[in-house]
Design a protein around this ligand. Sequence first.
Ligand code: NDP
Length: 480
Amino acid sequence: MEKILNYINGELVEPKNGKYLDNFNPSTGKPYSLIPDSGKEDIDLAVEAAKEAFITWSKTPKQNRSDILMKLADTIEKHFDELVKAESKDNGKPETLAAHVDIPRAPANIRFFAGAILHNSSQMHEMDGAAINYTLRQPVGVAACISPWNLPLYLLTWKIAPAIAAGNTVVAKPSEVTPMTAYLFSKICIEAGLPKGVLNIVHGLGSRTGDPLTTHPDTPIVSFTGGTVTGKHIASVTSPMFKKLSLELGGKNPNIVFSDADFDKAVSFASRAAFTNQGQICLCGSRLFIQEEIYERFRDALVAKASKLIVGDPSEASTNLGAVVSKEHMEKILNKIDLAKVLGGKIILGGDRKILDGNLKDGYYIQPTIIEGLPFDCEVNQEEIFGPVVSIIPFKTEEEVIEMANSTKYGLSASIFTENLSRGHRVAAAIESGVVWINTWLLRDLRIPFGGMKESGLGREGGFKSLEFFTESKNVCVKI
Ligand code: NDP
């Protein structure tokens, strides 16, 4: 079985303890590679290498840093097909989705920050001829970048590209559930000539590698994307150390459809927002609020549309939904569906595991599931499920839907469908979330600061905000 290796100081190396974990292919339910079960000793080596590399990298001219990032992006594209297959095999998602979203967005992230670092500017304030104040932005040191399993390469590059562009060096810990694309990426870094130690990738469990990384005295920046519970833990251990911290966490995102919406467009987006990537995107619209006048017609149209989605072999071009990421995650989702029934919800589509044929029979497939009849404030409508499950809830008025939409502890994203321009802006302003889309979903502009309110996160990443986050600002006052 193929052995994944850590990437430390420019080399692919075994974990110091020699231990490995099984890496499962969710579409077959079988292990297909081994992943290092790394520990503190590997993190220490990686941080040491990154610290050493920082001395040169932080002084490397921006143009040179940009050039090497561009080369990394080109090299990713050279290995495009291999990465698409690896992402699908590791994660269970359809290859078509990996080919259209995850893998193309990795070089796009890297190219964006390779350009941004050349065009970044800083502020200057002049004091009526007495003095000038300017803000100097300087790289900080070794950044700890921790990423989840749902969009593995995309979210890894979203963090390491701005960190490296800004002159920091990085120790990254990808999710142990989906390590393969990060491993291929470490080979790509070697091929592209990234100087040794600038990026280090250590694989392993959150508790054994994540903790030593986030609490290491020589990692002054921590950028984490993952669940709210893990985010709380990381905040609790890093805050007393006064680290720069960015948290991109979970969501229970409302998708609000007013009766004046473009009906077909809203149905289509509601289905995409609920089921893309088997519902495992932090921005998925898992609570669908439909105005009463169109409730029944909309519900029936959504059921008709979603019932045509094909759950199947991720390598088939016709497949819409592949497997969910792991057996544990599948069981968690199915338990939440059972809870919905107990709480009085009616399953109007799906609701079960889907068993496929042949070597896919043990894969972790779940039917697209639509639930109606649950109160907006019950557990199923308040907690993130992170699977192909959407709960539909009728509403009467704008005020009522705003209250229900804002009722969760999360505040990551929201979508509003209406042809009434004033209402769109009004509701967007009233919704407590870091991102609001009007008449669309998941339309990302990399220049826009991204992040969540409430328990969905802390800070904003994206665009020049990421470059701000990955630098320390110093204000210099010069007396004239
Ligand atoms: P987790 O919080 O379980 O894990 C995220 C990462 O943190 C993994 O690499 C994990 O490693 C690691 N980790 C776990 N424990 C620790 C620890 N004590 N210290 C440091 N690192 C640790 O999230 P999931 O991987 O399950 O990802 C799904 C979650 O991510 C969902 O809640 C989703 O909403 C959220 N998410 C948020 C996004 C956003 O931008 N707001 C985007 C995408 C996802 P390991 O896997 O080894 O446990």
